[in-house]
Structure formats: structure tokens, C-alpha cells
Unconditional design. Structure first.
Lengths: 151, 224
């Protein structure tokens, strides 16, 4: 399916559209006053996981769109891939950042606990997300391989 | 769904995500600062409730940090960027640093800020500030900055504990901390750390996040 230009383009768009906003929200990428990427040693693993999640989302989501569109199969797996992407995207969004500030200012202590959870369990949540995306990749690839042979 | 639809939908989702992110990044500047994030404006910042200045009072540049003692990004900035700024700009007399509390992450953020001013009463504000960012450990309100720990930091700094405890019990700096919070919000700070660099002619530049030394150096040099 990635021999098709449109799916490669879609994968590229998903990768860029996940990596850039999430890097900004997780404070790996700054655009004001200068455009600068800043990954300190303590957070290098978190950034690596972010890149991996963006890459896996960019692979898995187009695969599922292809599966649904071409093979007319159910949408269960794309739900799994979107869930994996969302968990990976929300983990590590800094509670000190503007989103955390807005949520805590509006909803108070409970929201503070939730955003702190996303910040302080960034690595385990991203690992779970990556695991989920890998699982969806494996089952989708297997499914496409079998279903294509049958058809 | 054909290929064209997929591309159009993907592009649309991407654009929406980028716009939302950029809007979130800049909304504090747009909402509260006529100059916006990163733009130069005339300084109207009230620093009288903030920390004592670190560095020479006559330094031409003032770096204002809006921070929370429980903020992880502030911790990273403190340990990765601040010391180089102190070496190159504060100790050379080119800049001074003022810390203004923006305690929003939990109840211990507020008491930690109050404790820092109780330490100031004994001439140890910056030592206490350093102690808090050195021992920040775990999620907000997880206990690392509870009353016992705040007392132990004061004890470690060989402060007068009776005086410190009286200060904390009286909550005499509660209003000061609240005033700092209000000033931070008024200046458009909606995340920590947020920095405002003020030049000698009163113009300012604001940016948010635990940004690297190179950003501070470029900004300060352009304003000297």
C-alpha cells in the first residue's frame, strides 16, 4: 500500500502534524523568540519515544485507512491506532505549560492531579502508547496480508 | 473514500492541529500583552513584591522569571540554563534576575513561595530558592515541599527556626505571593517558566518555556 503516492503523503502529513505540535507542547521545540530545538539529556528518552510514536502513528493510521477503504473491513483496528496515538500525544504535555495552566485555572485541583499524572508518567504512558501502536501494526499487517491473498 | 479525500482530510486535520498549537502557545501574549509574545513593548511590570534582585541593581537588563517551585520545566531551566546566565550576564553586571511567583500547580507551591520570603527575612532568599529547586522531587503536592520539608530546608540553611516558624504560622507573605500571582497573570504569563527581559530603556521581550541559554544570550545581546 505504501507504493501508492497518496498513502506516503498521508503518512508524511500525519508524522509532521504529530511531531511538531507535540514537540512544542512538550517543550522540545520553541518557536519564540527563536526557532530552536532543545532536548536536554534528562529528557532525551522522552523525545525519542515521541518521535517513535509519531512515526508509528504515521504508519499505522494510513494502513488502517487502506484496509477500510480497499478491503471494506471493520474500523476496530483504526480505533486502536487512534487510541494509541492519543495516549502518546497526551502523555508528557507539560502541566506547567499553557494547556496545564488553562485546565488547572478552570477546573482546579482535580485537573491539576490529572495533568500532573500526564507529566510525571510521561515515559510509561508513551511506552504503553508505543506498545499499542506496535500491536495494531502487527495485527493490521497480518490482516492485510491474509485478506489481500484471499481477494 | 478515494485518495484525494484522504489527502484533503489529512491536510485539514494537520492544519487544525498546528493552528490550535500555535494559538495555545501565543494566546497568553495576545490576551494580556498588547505587544504579544516575543514582541517589544514598554515595561509596566510591578516587581516590588518579587524576589530581591540577583545581581547588580544597576545592571542594564532585568530578567524576570515567573515560576512555580513545583514546576518541572522550572527545575530543568534552573539546572540547565540559569547557571550559564549567571556566569555570563549576572556576575558581569550586565543583567539582574528577579523571580516572581506564579504558584498554580498546587497548595505546596503557595507555601513554598511564602517560605522563600520568610527566608528573605533572614537574608537567605536565593539560598532557599536554590534549595527548593535542588530538592524538587515528584509530582506537585506529593509531599516534597510540605511544611516539614520546608522547615528542614530552613534548618539545613542554618536559619533561625523560631523566626522561620513564626513567619510561616502567621502567613504574613500570603498577600505578597497572591500579588505576585496577579502580576504574573496581568503580564500575560500563562505557563511556567515565563520570562520577560527588560532593557534599560524600558522595552521588554517575553517568551515562555525552559528555553536554552542561546535564546537568552541572543535576546539579551540584542537589547544591550
Amino acid at each position: 500500500m505504501f507504493s501508492s503516492y497518496s498513502y506516503v503523503l498521508l503518512a508524511g502529513i500525519i508524522f509532521v502534524c504529530m511531531l511538531i505540535p507535540l514537540s512544542i507542547l512538550s517543550e522540545f521545540l520553541f518557536i519564540e523568540p527563536l526557532f530552536v530545538i532543545h532536548v536536554i539529556e534528562d529528557r532525551a528518552f522522552g523525545f525519542t519515544l515521541l518521535v517513535a510514536i509519531s512515526f508509528m502513528s504515521a504508519v499505522v493510521i494510513p494502513m488502517n485507512i487502506y484496509r477500510i477503504r480497499t478491503l471494506q473491513k471493520s474500523t476496530t483496528k483504526i480505533g486502536g491506532s487512534l487510541l494509541g496515538s492519543i495516549i502518546g500525544a497526551s502523555a508528557g504535555i507539560c502541566s506547567c505549560g499553557p494547556i496545564g495552566f488553562s485546565i488547572i485555572s478552570t477546573f482546579g485541583t482535580v485537573a491539576g492531579t490529572a495533568t500532573a499524572f500526564l507529566t510525571y508518567y510521561e515515559i510509561p504512558l508513551r511506552l504503553v502508547s508505543l506498545g499499542l501502536l506496535c500491536l495494531v501494526y502487527y495485527t493490521t499487517a497480518k490482516s492485510i496480508s491474509i485478506e489481500c491473498k484471499i481477494q | 473514500m478515494d485518495a484525494k479525500t484522504i489527502i484533503v482530510a489529512g491536510t485539514f486535520v494537520g492544519i487544525v492541529l498546528i493552528v490550535v498549537t500555535l494559538f495555545t502557545s501565543f494566546q497568553s501574549g495576545w490576551d494580556n500583552n498588547p505587544g504579544g509574545m516575543g514582541m517589544k513593548t514598554e515595561s509596566t511590570i510591578n516587581l516590588e513584591n518579587g524576589s530581591p534582585a540577583l545581581g547588580s541593581e544597576s545592571a542594564p537588563i532585568t530578567i524576570v522569571e515567573f515560576g512555580d517551585y513545583q514546576c518541572e520545566s522550572c527545575y530543568y531551566w534552573f539546572h540547565n540554563t540559569r547557571s550559564t546566565i549567571i556566569d555570563n550576564y549576572i556576575e558581569t553586571g550586565k543583567a539582574k534576575l528577579v523571580f516572581v511567583d506564579l504558584p498554580f500547580l498546587g497548595r505546596d507551591s503557595i507555601t513554598a513561595a511564602q517560605a522563600s520570603y520568610c527566608a528573605e527575612d533572614q537574608g537567605k532568599y536565593w539560598e532557599y530558592h536554590t534549595m527548593l529547586y535542588t530538592f524538587q522531587d515528584g509530582a506537585p503536592d506529593s509531599g516534597w515541599a510540605n511544611q516539614d520539608r520546608l522547615n528542614s530546608f530552613a534548618f539545613t540553611l542554618e536559619m533561625n527556626m523560631d523566626e522561620f516558624n513564626d513567619c510561616m504560622d502567621s502567613s504574613k507573605y500570603k498577600i505578597r505571593v497572591k500579588a505576585n500571582y496577579n502580576e504574573a497573570v496581568k503580564q500575560g504569563a500563562q505557563s511556567t517558566p515565563t520570562f520577560i527581559i527588560i532593557s534599560s530603556d524600558g522595552t521588554t521581550k517575553k517568551f515562555a518555556g525552559a528555553q536554552p541559554y542561546s535564546v537568552f544570550a541572543a535576546t539579551i545581546e540584542s537589547m544591550l
